[in-house]
Ligand binder design. Sequence first.
Ligand SMILES: *Cc1c(COP(=O)(O)O)cnc(C)c1O
Length: 391
Amino acid sequence: MKETTRLIAAGRKKQYTQGVVNPVVQRASTVVFDTMEEMHQAAKERHNRTLFYGRRGTTTHFALQDAICELENGTGCALFPSGAAAIAQTLLSFLQAGDHLLMVDTAYEPTRDLCTKILARVGIETTYYDPMIGAEIKSLIQPNTKMIFLESPGSITMEVQDVPAIVDLARSQGIMTVLDNTYGNGLQFKPLNLGVDISIQAATKYIVGHSDVMMGVAVANERHWPTLREHAYLLGQCTSADDAYLALRGLRTMAIRLQQHEQAALEVAKWLGSHPLVCHVRHPALPSCPGHEFFKRDFVGSNGLFSFVLKQSTPKALSVLVERLHHFKMGFSWGGYESLITINANMANMRTQTGWDKGVVVRLHIGLEDTKDLIADLEQALTAFQSALKD
Ligand SMILES: *Cc1c(COP(=O)(O)O)cnc(C)c1O
């Protein structure tokens, strides 16, 4: 069965849907029991998608968890109120004082901040590593190295990591691996199939797909699921049934949305690649992106997110660029149906290991608007940008 087909049926058990197409939105704090026996039974089964207490989830959450486990090929899936919470919880569940963490230098900025502002405070030491390091990561391993964190492609600059090389090395040394798979979304990349222990996504992005819910998911293999599940529970991580419903609804159309995002983004990226103001584009499916060869080997497709580096810029010209655009709104996040732009003028501050001496990085999310409209929009804004460079 093709994966797109599987995703349509995933999590649609009759006990969750009660005979209609979608799972019922079951809002609950308290679950009520009629007998002592019933309550004891529920307590015993509370880890296995059984109603026990609201924080453990209801049938709406169970349906989403089942579906995400199918998507990412995992044993269990914990739901979080944001992607950032999923990352923070996973790191705190498996690291303790005295442990050493290897963190990719191109990690999402709040992930880096978590390491410096919270993990350091509780005695967890972080070393940042070059995303292109591959098996050479061996030289950074210390006796107390407990975890390697990957994010591929990297945030903003899009470097694709040699995930199997790093994971194989980690496994041989008994070190666990966690990967931020928000870009790979589970359909286009499956970290657990390559031996990664926990795959995390900001479901906020493509799973939800409509820019209206914050949610994080962490999918663990059999070995790591019990710890992740219990620690998330003890630190009070939970989501509303309404948000779980919306995430599941987004998931049903994710494959078809991704096809359109992919095709449109490739078209726009190629157009930008030959634009005279553009130094180079960083789109994992194009050869100008570092790690493109790993992308071709490990991913089955790309999506709407990529960036490009400007040859030259001034703060004033950058303002003109973003303010002239009609279809690209300025805003954080991505993965919704709409096009977005962010300007990253201070990349060097976010790269402590590898540095950044290239130009300003413009990141685009290509939404579901017509591609010709998007290219025309960029063309007129870049013309205005060019004139403003002379001012
Ligand atoms: C957005 C994002 C996150 C954080 O997700 P939130 O739901 O916004 O907290 C984490 N990792 C990556 C790669 C992201 O793009």
